[in-house]
Design a protein around this ligand. Structure first.
Ligand SMILES: Nc1ncnc2c1ncn2[C@@H]1O[C@H](COP(=O)(O)OP(=O)(O)OP(=O)(O)O)[C@@H](O)[C@H]1O
Ligand SMILES: [Mg+2]
Length: 332
């Protein structure tokens, strides 16, 4: 078993030249806590005095609505300042620069003021729902199979290229909240990321796809690196990638006598023994009180709950574990 995607030694080239670390938060399974983890992890890191950018790539836009009310989003962001504007052009990024879509959600940043940290967002749009189909139709039309494949691989690298812009060097961490699928937009997130973090509920259906996800990610990375390393890349700035699995974070864990309940421990152990993506030590307990109303307050639970609450104590440990593993030096 390995915690690294499969790569041949000649491909061990760092994708990024700047130090900002990018984490994709993904799982095929819906409702496992991806968005809740993204919002709270981002807020916790920012509360340590760091600059964090969240990117919402899910058409459900739940991450966006964790920081903006629907009316505010509609009035201030929906027309010009969502990721949809970036993906919908002839080729993503051709008509608008990614950095021009960054917004600073006011409520959470008011909470962060004393810490010196900052939490920025590139918001999503409900209409992103059919972007995969529209991109595929555009890229596949009227070309040979080989040329079509190269176009798709070029597209897979679009977010990585955009994040290499110097504007993003001011961030310590970029977190990408993915939709529960492995479509084109999700693939752009994987190619753009240094790390993949997989939230999962410790139950049968949520853990079922983890190994499948790992092999699909391996395949994507190998294919992309093959494309870049054999001179087929359309863009000179494309680089081989070295995406690493950070691990599985168990979410909505139910505790009894300070331990996860037996039924959940069974699935946690199953992932530990049988998956290429290993569980992290930290986990997030089931807390409908603090996490059940995600999206309503504009301020994630980790900044709202009392600092002595189990939820916050555990979450802070998890954040430290993730930052240590990522190696941003941000784990203070
Ligand atoms: N630790 C937790 N305790 C209790 N409820 C939680 C917890 N984490 C998330 N939830 C709730 O579970 C639901 C699903 O969470 P979330 O939206 O974060 O999952 P998701 O994986 O992003 O879903 P989707 O695949 O639809 O994007 C939400 O209503 C959220 O408030
Ligand atoms: Mg979500």
């Amino acid at each position: 078993m390995t915690a690294l995607l499969v790569l041949s030694p000649d491909l061990l080239v760092d994708r990024r030249e700047c130090s900002v670390q990018v984490i994709a938060i993904m799982n095929y399974k819906g409702g496992v806590g991806k968005t809740t983890l993204t919002a709270n992890l981002g807020a916790d890191v920012a509360s340590r005095g760091h600059k964090v950018l969240l990117i919402d790539l899910d058409p459900q836009a739940n991450l966006t609505f964790s920081f903006y009310g629907v009316d505010q989003w509609r009035e201030e962001l929906s027309k010009d300042a969502t990721i949809m504007r970036w993906y919908e052009g002839e080729m993503p990024g051709r008509e608008v620069e990614l950095q021009d879509l960054i917004v600073t959600p006011p409520r959470v940043n008011a909470e962060l003021e004393e810490s010196g940290g900052r939490l920025d967002l590139i918001s999503s749009h409900l209409k992103l729902i059919d972007i995969d189909l529209r991109l595929a139709a555009r890229l596949g039309a009227g070309t040979t199979l080989g040329e079509s494949k190269r176009k798709f691989l070029d597209l897979h690298g679009c977010l990585a290229r955009a994040l290499r812009h110097e504007e993003f060097e001011r961030y310590d961490l970029v977190l990408i909240d993915c939709a529960p699928n492995f479509g084109l937009v999700t693939k752009t997130a994987i190619v753009a990321s240094d790390h993949v973090l997989v939230p999962a509920r410790p139950d049968y259906l949520s853990t079922l796809g983890i190994q499948y996800l790992a092999s699909n990610c391996d395949e994507l990375v190998a294919e992309y690196n093959d494309y870049v390393n054999h001179g087929a890349a359309k863009n000179d700035s494309d680089r081989a990638i070295r995406t690493r699995y950070l691990g599985v974070v168990f979410t909505m864990v139910k505790f009894h006598a300070k331990k996860p309940i037996g039924a959940q421990r069974y699935y946690m152990e199953d992932v530990r023994l049988n998956s290429d993506i290993l569980p992290l030590n930290g986990m997030i307990r089931d807390s409908p009180r603090y996490f059940g109303d995600a999206g309503e307050g504009g301020v994630p639970a980790v900044l709202r709950a009392p600092v002595t609450d189990d939820v916050v104590v555990e979450f802070r440990k998890l954040t430290t574990e993730i930052l240590d593993s990522v190696g941003t030096g941000a784990a203070r």
